[in-house]
Design a protein around this ligand. Structure first.
Ligand code: PMP
Ligand code: GLU
Length: 445
């Protein structure tokens, strides 16, 4: 299996293979483990890598594929890491993070997010939000014992492409809660009420959302919390909410970010996940964290430590002071980047609304637009390629128009009718890319 390559299957069922790097002929009879061989590779990473490879080959590709801010990491953050390295902080550290940084994260979550009862003991630092997700899923889910029903992972879809494969690998059964552009890709309390069962173990929420670019209001989250409170007290005693808030700082729709873990009635049920990649433009640093208050929260974080201790030990040692600097001394940088994203969101939205037939909620958070492009299915490109799916469209866009978008199939639900456009790039690129997109669609027959 090539990591950029094809794979059919995964938790959302059979898929069309991705356009692949050709595989050399097989010269052996060996195989890799089924649980990985059957895993669907990350389509965001796959298209991002393809765009980079085409650029390296000298092709003028405009990439809107990876969710990676184009800004450099703010200087004070870099300096803090350099200083720590020069001062000799280059050895193994405690697995869950150094106590000072765990405490700084607990303080941040208390101060900014209103999550009560957190200390450093309730925080686990990891090598990225994706790593935290992986470890948390493995600490909460088990494959079903014989004769037992699997743990269910309730996932509002479309959702980021890594949730389902990771939850599935940990032994959970992913249950999709469908949404649509008409409801800004958000689930309703009634939908959640109908979805929970005694085997519901995890509800994954991601606001602001990748790939949808929309977010829940505080009142909408309170309404979901009321359903969760009732479910936990009645049919669903094992339910935990994993609230992925990695885009919390990138908001521009007039709505405040709200942490569902700040609602006292369910606070001890909420595992808040976050990381440094997006708000601080630190994707390459690989820092994420998970936090959960209460007695179970502390015990759970210890379990995370056991797993991470057999996996990564600590993260890079001289990064800890940089995390503290980011959390406490970079408000102006965060605001500068937020404003740029807000402006880009306006630009891309105004371009998309001018294209016939696209349906796209206005982005209010993160840096993604997720238009429904299905009215173009059934047509043929100028070069004769049939467009019958989002994957067909993205493949043709890459090959013929040299723009890299991400096909929506792997985000689940109605994502199969959508393409994801990451506008974590400058306005000139957005306009140039939208010119190519418009031109490509206009030429479809
Ligand atoms: N959650 C969401 C919703 C994301 O889009 C990403 C993208 N990378 C992550 C978590 C994980 O990010 P990282 O591993 O870089 O912290
Ligand atoms: N989360 C980003 C994205 O969706 C980075 C790639 C990944 O981890 O999926 O593009």
């Amino acid at each position: 299996m090539d990591p950029d390559g094809s794979c059919i299957g995964g938790p959302f069922g059979p898929r069309t293979p991705y356009p692949m790097v050709p595989m050399p002929p097989t010269t052996h009879n060996l195989s890799v483990a089924h649980r990985v061989a059957s895993m669907h590779p990350s389509v965001t990473v796959a298209f991002g890598n393809r765009a980079k490879a085409m650029k390296r080959a000298g092709i003028d590709v405009l990439s809107f594929s990876l969710g990676e801010p184009d800004f450099d990491t703010p200087q004070p953050i870099k300096q803090a890491a350099i200083d720590a390295m020069l001062a000799g902080q280059t050895k193994y550290m405690p697995t869950l993070g150094d106590p000072e940084t765990r405490a700084a994260i607990a303080e941040k979550l208390t101060r900014e997010n209103g999550i009560a009862g957190l200390t450093g003991d309730h925080v686990a630092i990891s090598a990225g939000g994706k790593h935290s997700l992986y470890v948390c899923c493995h600490c909460l889910l088990d494959p079903p014992a014989e004769g037992e029903a699997p743990w269910e992972v309730l996932l509002p879809v479309p959702a980021w492409v890594s949730y389902a494969p990771i939850a599935h690998m940990a032994g959970g059964e992913v249950v999709e809660l469908p949404t649509s552009p008409a409801d800004d890709f958000k689930i309703s309390p009634q939908q959640l009420r109908e979805a929970v069962t005694p085997r519901s173990r995890l509800l994954i929420l991601n606001s602001p959302s990748n790939p949808c670019g929309t977010m829940y209001s505080p009142d909408e989250l309170r309404a979901l919390a009321a359903v969760i409170e009732e479910a936990v007290a009645t049919t669903c005693p094992d339910l935990i909410v994993l609230s992925d808030e990695i885009y919390e700082k990138i908001i521009y729709g007039g709505m405040d970010h709200f942490s569902i873990g700040s609602i006292p009635a369910i606070a001890d049920r909420v595992l808040t996940l976050n990381g440094m990649s997006k708000a601080y433009s630190m994707t390459g640093w690989r820092v994420g964290y998970a936090a959960m208050p209460g007695d179970f929260g502390k015990e759970f974080i210890q379990a995370v430590g056991t797993l991470q201790g057999q996996m990564t030990t600590n993260i890079c040692s001289f990064v800890y002071p940089a995390i503290r600097t980011a959390l406490t001394k970079c408000d102006a940088d965060i605001e500068r980047m937020r404003q740029a994203f807000a402006h880009r969101a306006e630009v891309i939205y105004s371009r998309l609304t001018k294209i016939d037939g696209l349906v796209c909620p206005k982005p209010t958070g993160a840096f993604y637009a997720f238009p429904d492009v299905s009215c173009y299915f059934g047509r043929t490109t100028a070069a004769g390629r049939p467009i019958n799916s989002a994957l067909d469209m993205c493949e043709a866009l890459l090959e013929e128009a040299h723009i890299a978008l991400v096909p929506g199939e792997d985000f689940g639900g109605c994502g199969k009718r959508c393409v994801r456009i990451s506008f974590a790039c400058g306005e000139d690129q957005i306009n140039a890319g939208m010119n190519r997109f418009e031109d490509f669609l206009a030429k479809l027959r």
